[in-house]
Design a protein around this ligand. Structure first.
Ligand code: ZN
Length: 224
């Protein structure tokens, strides 16, 4: 690939990260600047900067962090999101993942506050890869401990909840990760509402396994 093409690909991905942040707010799954977005570009993580309102954020504000280091090294004039560590660790540990969307969306976070995973109350749970969306135990934001808990909760899955914190949704590209973040919030809302009406019926694991297979060709799929 020519140098000019590489720069173009990076510039496009930086633009897409900014657009994803604004889309999180438009979808109502983010409060203020609490969410953050990261994506893989070659051997780097591109991630939103710390504390900058999305309306003021441009592609040049996105921070690059080398995936080969875990000491918080970055390139750019702004510091990375304080939650860079799980973005970096997820991309390092999971070659199938190229994008990470993190939010504190209300219903999913409400379940996480109670330490509750999302069971198979709807077949859409399969969008995250299995019969549950697990909840990772609590640890202070930004720590390696939280990152370790998240990686465990994400095993064989593309999304998880973080106890007393929020949601991580991932995907092979930003479109898919953003879509999944919205789906997790919708599932959480449906689960919470269903419990106010009665006892939710849980779908069996073999049914979810069938739907996981069907979903391999479902959902928005852009370029990887
Ligand atoms: Zn957070």
């Amino acid at each position: 690939m020519k140098k000019q093409d590489q720069e173009t690909a990076e510039a496009a991905l930086r633009r897409e990260i900014v657009e994803t942040c604004r889309a999180m707010n438009a979808l109502g799954i983010n409060q203020g600047t609490s969410g953050n977005v990261g994506a893989r570009h070659r051997d780097s993580l591109l991630i939103t900067p710390s504390g900058l309102p999305y309306d003021d954020m441009g592609p040049e504000d996105i921070v690059a962090m080398p995936l080969g280091r875990d000491d918080g090294s970055y390139l750019g004039k702004l510091a990375p999101s304080s939650e860079w560590r799980f973005h970096l660790d997820i991309l390092r540990a999971r070659p199938d993942i190229a994008a990470v969307v993190h939010t504190h969306s209300t219903y999913a976070t409400a379940l996480a506050i109670c330490g509750l995973e999302i069971p198979a109350v709807h077949y859409m749970v399969a969008a995250a890869g299995g019969p549950t969306i697990r909840v990772a135990p609590y640890a202070t934001y930004g720590t390696a401990e939280l990152s370790g808990h998240a990686l465990q909760a994400l095993e064989g899955r593309s999304a998880c909840l973080l106890a007393n914190h929020g949601v991580i949704a991932t995907g092979p590209n930003l479109k898919r990760a953003l879509w999944l973040a919205g789906e997790v919030e919708t599932l959480a809302k449906q689960y919470v509402l269903a419990q106010s009406l009665g006892a939710p019926q849980i779908l069996p694991d073999d049914e979810i396994a069938r739907v996981v297979e069907k979903f391999k060709s479902y959902g928005p799929r852009g370029k990887a």
